[in-house]
Design a protein around this ligand. Structure first.
Ligand code: GUN
Length: 280
């Protein structure tokens, strides 16, 4: 193996240490509320992990586990209550929601100041116009990984594969903000392999096993694997294992970007709490 592994735990531990120091200076306890609908095993596991880290760093964290048959209006009502509750700093609705629920109006109903996922159109607009706001955790974590390992971004060509609102699009905005040249590729991109081969930094965020193969990777490249899919009961990323023989730096899967996402959520919760409470 030639690639240096960019370890999520190392980045997350450093961030958690920093956040714990910031927590110690506060004269209040930030409060984060999760909403989970139904019993999708992946969502149960994700919320459990986020809740655990929140408790570990001293954030008051509550999980609302709602039944699968919860109605749109009930969910909207709960969000309205949490918006109005001055003790609540962050609200996170775990996605995906069950089929019968329309996530768009639900995410839009969250007070943008409490939108610790950074999914509200107000925060999306702020991100793209370069204003301060809450930024989606997974792409923010990618920048954090780059900075932790002192890997330069400015002027580099970043090729992002996957144009989701959760990862691809906000990642493009964040790398652009750091003065990278960004290509945002997707399922209809022609000649993907040739495009990826030009990349200094590759962000794979599709959810398809072995989408990125060694032939597509320039030897000095940094490869950030965000994809996740289940193959024969095992979680795998979008990057073929042999890419480790070619790339200069690579996030492992598991043990890479996911862990940092959860730590970034804690940073967003602190930021949301400090900004909202300062503005009264
Ligand atoms: N489901 C998968 N990733 C995420 C995330 O970052 N936030 C929320 N709310 N749901 C998710």
């Amino acid at each position: 193996m030639s690639a240096r592994l960019l370890k999520g735990k190392e980045v997350s531990d450093a961030l958690v240490t920093q956040l714990s120091q910031e927590m110690a200076k506060l004269n209040f306890q930030p409060k984060l509320v999760f909403i989970r609908v139904g019993d999708d095993p992946a969502s149960v596991a994700y919320v459990r992990g986020k809740n655990r880290l929140a408790e570990q760093i001293g954030i008051c964290s509550l999980v609302n586990a709602l039944p699968q048959e919860t109605k749109q209006a009930e969910l909207m009502e709960l969000i309205a209550e949490l918006n109005a509750d001055d003790s609540v700093d962050g609200i996170l609705v775990q996605l995906p929601l069950p089929e019968h629920l329309d996530s768009e109006p639900i995410l839009e109903a969250i007070d943008p100041r409490k939108d610790v996922d950074g999914f509200h159109p107000m925060n999306v607009g702020r991100l793209w116009t370069g204003q301060e706001g809450l930024v989606p955790c997974t792409p923010a974590g990618l920048i954090r990984i780059m900075d932790h390992y002192q890997l330069p971004i400015e002027g580099r060509h970043v090729v992002i594969i996957g144009r989701s609102n959760l990862v691809g699009k906000p990642a493009a905005a964040l790398f652009l903000r750091r003065h990278a040249t960004v290509s945002l590729a997707h399922s209809r991109t022609r000649n993907l392999a040739a495009l990826v081969k030009q990349a200094d930094i590759i962000v794979a965020a599709v959810g398809r096993q072995a989408l990125i193969t060694p032939e597509m990777v320039k030897p000095a490249a940094v490869v950030l694997d965000v994809g996740i899919s289940r193959v024969d009961g095992k979680l795998v990323g979008d990057v073929h294992p042999d890419v480790a023989e070619v790339a200069a730096h690579l996030t492992p899967m598991p043990g890479g970007t996911g862990r940092v996402t959860v730590a970034m959520l804690m940073q967003n919760t602190l930021q949301a709490a400090i900004v909202r409470r300062a503005s009264g």
